[in-house]
Design a protein around this ligand. Structure first.
Ligand SMILES: Cc1ncc(C[n+]2csc(CCOP(=O)(O)OP(=O)(O)O)c2C)c(N)n1
Length: 353
């Protein structure tokens, strides 16, 4: 039986037309508005990610951060909207190498994240993981994975652990639209549905897998339908609208806890290249500018707060100033911290003998 036929499990069909293009993305916010305080938390977290990533980009340019570094600028609403809808005491989070934003919104101290990026001993992985391999057990954040798609079976395993321990938790497992073409993803989907595991698969469709646009690599671009062969329901959301992401995640979470996996495709966009070494020549400057100008997640939330009279321009500027201070402090902390000593070469690493 296909997912569409399962009572209570299928969602509305995608609207006609190519809903995956930036142009056709809706900018209105469906559902009820969360309370004002919540909206301010969204703003703070999205700004923290934005300013943090901008600073990381600068430090990379100065040679203070080296190696791989994938920035999350443009995608802030996805991690923020999803993580705020979770129960942070019990739910787990796992993602790819584009992980700084998820960690920050999970509550890891920005100082520890920046120090990790700079390869310092004070970093959350003692400076030995770097940008792609961060971890924070206390905050139920399970990485940070450099192998495309690897976090999907691992996240499914986390969901199995929730079920096995009967702790009521779920795993929010984030991956990109490029990873959605990987074979291991479908093995994981099959088991997740077979065992009705509490896992929310969040596909962050940012339109490009390195330099390859979605439409060149994917025969069926409605990624939220990728679970149909396994009877896993799905839906999509405007990933540039934090309220929409939050509301949609809250809506599907009871289903995930009680009945099993769900695929949420968040249609978003990354403003920077794939990594710091990518000049992003495969798309036009105008394309990026169009999204920045009309769909930026932070600008949209600011506008919403102003329109409702819930914030003044001065308050918004003050929040930005505070966040910049936090990020500057994190950068100072990272630069002032020492590198790991030579003995650390042999600790916390797996060496096959
Ligand atoms: C198994 C594997 N194949 C290839 C790569 C090289 N690689 C790194 S990122 C990437 C693109 C992934 O794109 P997507 O899943 O859409 O995530 P995004 O980078 O857009 O967040 C590729 C092919 C890898 N790290 N692992």
């Amino acid at each position: 039986m296909c997912a569409a036929a399962r009572k209570g499990r299928r969602k509305k069909e995608a609207p006609a037309g190519d809903t995956t293009t930036v142009e056709s993305r809706k900018t209105t916010t469906p559902g009820e508005l969360p309370p004002r305080d919540k909206l301010f938390q969204f703003l703070r977290d999205m700004l923290l990610i934005r300013r943090f990533e901008e600073k990381a980009g600068q430090l990379y340019g100065m040679g203070i951060i080296a190696g791989f570094c994938h920035l999350y600028i443009g995608q802030e609403a996805v991690a923020t909207g999803v993580v705020h809808a979770l129960d942070r005491e019990r739910d787990t989070v796992i993602t790819s190498y584009r992980d700084h934003g998820h960690m920050l919104v999970c509550g890891t101290d920005p100082k520890l994240v920046m120090a990790e990026l700079a390869g310092r001993i004070t970093g959350c992985s003692k400076g030995k993981g770097g940008s792609m391999h961060m971890f924070d057990l206390k905050r139920n954040f399970y990485g940070g994975h450099g192998i495309v798609g690897a976090q999907v079976p691992i996240g499914t395993g986390l969901a199995f652990a929730h079920r096995y321990r009967q702790d009521g938790g779920l795993c929010a497992c984030f991956f990109g639209e490029g990873a959605a073409n990987q074979g291991q993803v479908y093995e994981a989907f099959n088991m997740a549905e077979l065992w009705k595991l509490p896992v929310l698969y969040v596909i962050e469709n940012n339109k490009y897998a390195m330099g390859t646009p979605l439409t060149r690599a994917t025969a069926q671009p409605d990624l939220y339908r990728r679970g149909e062969a396994f009877a896993i329901p799905g839906d999509f959301v405007d990933g540039m609208d934090v309220v929409a992401v939050y509301n949609k995640t809250r809506e599907v979470i009871p289903f995930v806890r009680e009945k099993g996996p769900f695929i949420l495709e968040a249609r978003t966009y990354r403003y920077r290249g794939h990594s710091m070494s990518d000049p992003a020549k495969y798309r036009s400057r105008e394309e990026v500018e169009e999204v920045r100008k009309h769909h930026d997640p932070i600008d949209q939330l600011r506008k919403l707060l102003l329109e409702h009279g819930w914030a003044t321009e001065a308050e918004l500027k003050e929040i930005d100033r505070e966040i910049r201070a936090v990020v500057n402090e994190a950068a100072r902390f990272a630069q002032d911290s020492p590198e790991p000593p030579a003995e650390e070469l042999w600790t916390d690493v797996y060496v096959e003998g």
